[in-house]
Design a protein around this ligand. Structure first.
Ligand code: PEP
Ligand code: MN
Length: 264
């Protein structure tokens, strides 16, 4: 069902209020790795408004390698996050980690994100197939392209056709950077599937100084959108500061990415 053999026209995801993903405008989703507090939300919203960005990312349930690391503000954080975004016409994308969270999150989310670690959580995918909200599925840490498409198939076959595929880097033997952003996956996914493809260079390379370059490379490769970690003070971010852009860096990237998208 996610294959081009099934549907010839490319899928466009409509988030309402004229916010679409997969059309002839580059979709930009930006925000912190983790939602930290209300001031940070307000600050990020101002940054997005200034740059005409309509979708804010931010985790409230964080999959962390260490149980002692910051694991997110949970539903209290999500409610604040959603409230500020809603007031300002911004859509919310955030990660859902388990089946039991889906229902309570439903009214405070515009796009559900399935993280790399949950890319093959088939029970979660089944349940997300029954909701009326778009779902962005990240490629698994060591997932193949076929496995990502099969994960999307779980959601689609349960009735939810509003899907986005995300390349966020895979684990390889290379350790000069966090993950290996597989740019090859982008044209292949677009060839195989009618679903929009999003590139996440923040997790894909994991090094702030190279995130913008890889985002632009992703656009050239055919991505319909980019998802980027930004923070007013990345060095003080609760998670993923090393790969998080300063606002000025992000602004330069948004400008370049939009121009590039229109010219390829
Ligand atoms: C994130 O988006 O902050 C995240 C945890 O991503 P991933 O699942 O790709 O590691
Ligand atoms: Mn992150």
């Amino acid at each position: 069902l996610v294959s081009k053999k099934w549907k010839i026209n490319r899928t466009i995801i409509d988030l309402g209020d004229d916010v679409t993903i997969g059309g002839n405008e580059l979709a930009i989703m930006a925000g912190p790795c983790s939602i930290e507090n209300e001031a940070q939300i307000e600050n990020t919203v101002q940054h997005l408004l200034k740059n005409n960005i309509k979708i804010m990312r931010g985790g409230v349930y964080k999959p962390r390698s260490s149980p002692y690391a910051f694991r997110g503000l949970g539903m209290d954080g999500l409610k604040l996050f959603y409230k500020h975004c809603k007031e300002n016409g911004i859509k919310v994308i955030t990660e859902v980690m388990q089946v039991s969270q889906v229902e309570e999150m439903l009214d405070y989310v515009d796009v559900f994100q399935v993280g790399a670690r949950n890319s093959q959580n088939f029970n979660l995918l089944d349940v997300l197939g029954e909701v009326d909200k778009p779902v962005l599925i990240k490629r698994g840490m060591s997932g193949t392209i076929e496995e990502l498409l099969a994960s999307a198939e779980y959601v689609f076959s349960n009735g939810n056709e509003k899907l986005l595929l995300c390349e966020r880097g895979i684990r390889t033997y290379e350790n000069a950077y966090r993950n290996t952003l597989d740019l090859n996956a982008i044209p292949i996914l677009k060839e195989k599937s009618h679903l929009p493809v999003i590139v996440d260079p923040s997790h894909g390379i994991g090094l702030r100084q190279h995130v913008a370059t890889m985002a632009l490379a992703g656009v050239v490769a055919g991505a319909d959108g980019i998802i980027i970690e930004v923070h007013e003070q990345p060095e003080n971010a609760f998670s993923d500061g090393q790969q998080t852009l300063y606002y000025e860096q992000a602004e330069e990237l948004y400008r370049k990415a939009k121009v590039l998208f229109q010219n390829i």
